[in-house]
Design a protein around this ligand. Structure first.
Ligand code: SF4
Ligand code: MG
Length: 271
């Protein structure tokens, strides 16, 4: 581990439990790099996670962390932010955790525009709990619960977040590490609800079931399928199949929930 990021980890908790070649460590590295660049005080920064492979990340970090229940990371994070609005709060969650069990919390956190930076580790599957398809498993992909191909259409999480009211939305992959670090920084600076979706490679479950090859092959797939919005606009409908747009996808301004709440308290308590 690089000495400059060692201070952010609970070294006694390592080595981690993730599979060899998993993308989760890359996301964690980008997160602590972003926190380091932002010079955030570790004692004023809280990391909240739900359940699943991605959610394990909070346990390896030396901040005030909350490893909560399945799908409830955003509900706990909302409580933390309301009780202590001065804290920097990051939420780490997986695609199943965030969009199935936690789907309702997700849309309402975005609707309230509460100042949380939410990083969704999208490995397209429930990795830890048995390889079942999630609401973000691509149509026709294999999972243990869709051995002949997934019949369902996946969410476009970025569009869902924008429609619900998020004021910053970005997407990167575990191949696009510089972009991912920059998006976390920009998402943190947004005074409102920020979503950063990360397409991450899961060689053990999604990758194995869909014959995507080694972790390196999966990273090459991300390199070849992640495109900028400008490039995407210039592709034909056939060329767009399987491609995902990376970069800043949405920026907006709206009242932030904890600030509005504080104004209300001051007005009625005369503070
Ligand atoms: Fe990573 Fe997939 Fe293994 Fe979970 S199951 S630790 S996401 S490789
Ligand atoms: Mg998942």
């Amino acid at each position: 581990m690089l000495p400059e990021i060692e201070q952010y980890f609970r070294l006694e908790k390592l080595p981690h439990m993730w599979c060899p070649g998993c993308g989760n460590g890359i996301i964690l590295h980008c997160l602590v790099k972003a926190i380091d660049k932002l010079c955030l005080d570790q004692d004023q920064t809280s990391i909240v996670s739900g359940i699943g492979c991605a959610a394990r990340a909070s346990g390896y970090l030396d901040f005030d962390t909350l490893h909560t229940t399945h799908g409830r990371a955003l509900a706990f994070a909302t409580g933390v932010k309301l009780a202590k609005p001065e804290l920097n709060v990051f939420v780490l969650t997986g695609d199943g955790d965030c969009t199935a069990i936690g789907g309702n919390h997700f849309i309402h956190a975005a609707r309230r525009n509460i100042n949380l930076t939410t990083i969704v580790f999208n490995n397209n599957i429930y990795g830890m709990t048995g390889g079942q398809y999630s609401p973000m498993t691509p149509n026709a992909s294999r999972a243990t619960t869709s051995p002949y191909g997934n019949l369902e259409r996946p969410f476009n999480l970025a569009e869902l977040a924008i429609a619900a009211g998020a004021t910053f939305v970005g997407r990167a992959s575990t191949y696009h590490t510089k972009l991912l670090t920059d998006l976390i920084i920009e998402g943190y600076r947004n005074k409102g609800f920020s979503l950063i979706e990360v397409i991450t490679h899961c060689p053990t479950s999604f990758g194995r079931q869909n014959k995507m090859g080694s972790p390196a092959d999966m990273l090459k797939w991300q390199r070849d399928h992640g495109v900028t919005a400008l490039r995407y606009d210039n592709l034909t409908p056939e060329e767009r199949v399987g491609k995902f747009v990376v970069g800043v996808l949405h920026k907006d301004e709206a009242p932030e929930y904890t600030a509005e709440y504080q104004k209300l308290v001051e007005k009625f308590l005369g503070r």
